[in-house]
Design a protein around this ligand. Structure first.
Ligand SMILES: Cc1cc2nc3c(=O)[nH]c(=O)nc-3n(C[C@H](O)[C@H](O)[C@H](O)COP(=O)(O)O)c2cc1C
Length: 172
């Protein structure tokens, strides 16, 4: 069995896709990875919208200046949190995001986090997504994840990135 570190090393932000579709089991695994993530008190405040409609993907790609890859993605996930359900929704949704990114890498799919919360406010990305996707007011949008079959892979993460400046042993 492959160690999880293999997927952790392999996971890169991949932003160009062939246009082919992942298989159904791969999309099912992505959904499982999201839903099986930990959450504070097990309150599960995170929601997932899976978008595969080509016209909608184009619209999603325009909500921030850093979302272009969504247009050619096979699917883009929109990740929402419910602050009324948990004050730790950002942490919980971030954990679910990382699960998805690692599962995508493990299946050799390309994926990239697209920030929505607290970014490009002049473009009102959250408001646009709310209108496009019928997101209720009580839910907040954290981010999107574009996913597709990558045109090319990037180098793996390596030991060179173990940053001694940021690594503290026993105390700071
Ligand atoms: C919170 C967060 C927000 C990010 N937002 C974007 C984004 O809006 N668009 C984008 O292309 N990449 C985005 N990224 C991906 C980062 O640019 C990427 O993780 C970083 O450059 C390191 O590269 P790697 O993921 O290949 O290791 C984001 C990553 C994180 C964790």
């Amino acid at each position: 069995m492959k160690p999880l570190l293999d997927a952790i090393e392999k996971r890169r932000s991949l932003r160009s896709y062939t246009g082919e579709r992942p298989e159904k089991w791969q999309i099912d695994n992505i959904i499982k990875a999201f839903m099986y993530a930990p959450s504070a008190m097990n309150w599960k405040p995170c929601h997932l919208i899976v978008v595969q409609d080509r016209e909608m993907l184009k619209k999603l790609s325009l909500v921030t200046p850093w979302a272009k890859m969504a247009e050619k993605s096979a699917l883009t996930l929109v990740i929402l949190g419910d602050p009324e359900k948990s004050r730790w929704w950002i942490e919980d949704c971030s954990a679910a995001n990382e699960n998805v990114l690692l599962e995508a890498a493990d299946m050799d799919l390309g994926a990239c986090w697209v920030q929505v919360r607290d970014i490009a406010e002049d473009m009102e990305p959250e408001k646009k997504l709310r209108e496009l996707l019928g997101i209720p007011e009580r839910l907040k949008v954290l981010n999107m994840i574009a996913i597709g079959i990558p045109k090319r892979y990037k180098e793996r993460h390596t030991d060179k990135e173990i940053d001694r400046e940021r690594l503290h042993t026993e105390r700071f």
